[in-house]
Design a binder for this molecule. Structure first.
Ligand code: RM4
Ligand code: MN
Length: 391
């Protein structure tokens, strides 16, 4: 790739930010409040638009329903468009109702399963109203104790619900099935790994893809291997990017292990995953799913977007001819060096150029800090209830 192509690819990359990252968050021990935090979905979208304003590569914001429930979703979509962004993935939530203690779509009681599936169908209505093209399905369903429920029967219930939701998807819409190893269920999760998600998606068809949340694996898991395999199978729908040191930490992407992020994005490039025409024109979605518990939220998102861009730039700088030749020749050290040369390149000057070309300030963090927006929202957002994770 010559430098012009690398720059063009960086300008074309789209990263999506989560609405919930702008609200207050914390751990089960304490949620810390911050001044100026949004009080409703309209304010969350406004903050997401700031991330786009200073990075130029964040055209969409994901919603979480019912956290982002509004009376008129078309109005929310218009509000987003006025601010230069659009509504991205609709994230369903079947994990915060008392009825879901023993599961949602896999619950032993058909009444609860009906209620959960109805929520998923209602999320497709929100997609229709907002122009969103993807539904993200994450299930907290599972069991805590051996013998608690029939593992295979729960898979049947899951398959049934997914089939109903799949049938409801319109033209140009898809769902992304997310897996997670453990938590909140500690013995079995009903969608614990990419294999289970893949099996359900394969059974349904092209509109069902797997989403890889980077925080949802066992320590030491080779995530880039999963990415390569899913891309090869045409089943990688997207990412929920975040970083983890221990469990599902939801820290800023690229902060705990930037080398892992690079390795993932290299496999994306190798598997043609940056091609927007992939997956019937829906491509691979590069979404963030994180929380900013102690850092300011908008700068936290800007930093995260920059981290993804830096890792992407390094992946784009890998000399494909050199690595391919080394691989073919069995030159282990040469192939590894081709990868490491790219990783060890300082791509910050290149990204500053990309931003300048786009008419942006080359330093998004400084530009946002100087804009006065942070002070403005602290002064204006007085009263009301601050949005918070789970509220
Ligand atoms: C889950 C999963 C989902 C996210 C929720 C908040 O662990 O990662 O993608 O919507 O958390
Ligand atoms: Mn996620």
């Amino acid at each position: 790739m010559d430098m012009q192509d690398v720059k063009a690819a960086l300008k074309a990359q789209q990263i999506e930010v989560p609405s919930w990252a702008f609200g207050n968050s914390g751990t089960r021990f304490k949620v810390f409040t911050q001044q100026g935090v949004p009080r409703d979905p309209f304010e969350k979208v406004a903050d997401a638009a700031q991330v786009n304003r200073y990075t130029g590569v964040v055209p969409r914001v994901s919603l979480h329903i019912p956290w982002d429930g509004v009376a008129d979703y078309a109005e929310l979509a218009r509000h987003a468009a006025d601010l230069g962004v659009a509504i991205g993935a609709i994230n369903s939530n079947v994990f915060q109702d008392d009825d879901y203690m023993l599961g949602s779509v896999t619950h032993p009681d058909p009444r609860v399963r009906r209620k959960a599936t109805d929520h998923l169908l209602a999320c497709v209505d929100v997609m229709d109203a907002t122009g969103s093209q993807e539904l993200k399905l994450w299930f907290s369903d599972g069991t805590n104790y051996p013998g608690q429920d029939d593992i295979a029967a729960r898979q049947d219930r899951l398959a049934q619900s997914l089939a109903e939701v799949y049938a409801r998807l319109g033209e140009g819409q898809r769902f992304l099935l997310e897996y997670k190893l453990f938590e909140p269920a500690f013995y079995t999760m009903d969608v614990p790994d990419w294999g289970t998600a893949y099996a359900h998606c394969i059974a349904l068809g092209d509109k069902a893809k797997v989403v890889v949340d980077t925080g949802h694996h066992a320590p030491g898991t080779n995530i880039e291997f999963i990415v390569a395999v899913l891309l090869r199978a045409g089943k990688l729908g997207g990412f929920d990017f975040n970083s983890r040191f221990y469990a599902d930490d939801d820290l800023m992407v690229g902060s705990a292990d930037p080398f892992q992020l690079f390795r993932i994005l290299w496999e994306v490039r190798r598997g043609n995953g940056f091609d927007p025409s992939l997956n019937g024109g829906l491509g691979v979605s590069f979404m963030l799913d994180q929380c900013h518990n102690i850092e300011p939220k908008i700068p936290g998102q800007i930093r995260s977007v920059m981290n993804v861009q830096e890792a992407t730039a390094k992946a784009l700088l890998v000399d494909v001819e050199a690595i391919t030749a080394a691989q073919a020749a069995g030159d282990v050290l040469g192939a590894n060096a081709a990868l490491m040369d790219a990783y060890n390149t300082d791509v910050r000057p290149l990204l500053r150029e990309v931003r300048t070309d786009l008419g942006l300030d080359p330093d998004p963090m400084a530009a946002y800090a100087a804009s006065g927006y942070a002070e403005k929202i602290v002064a204006e957002r007085v009263g009301g209830n601050q949005a918070g994770w789970g509220a």
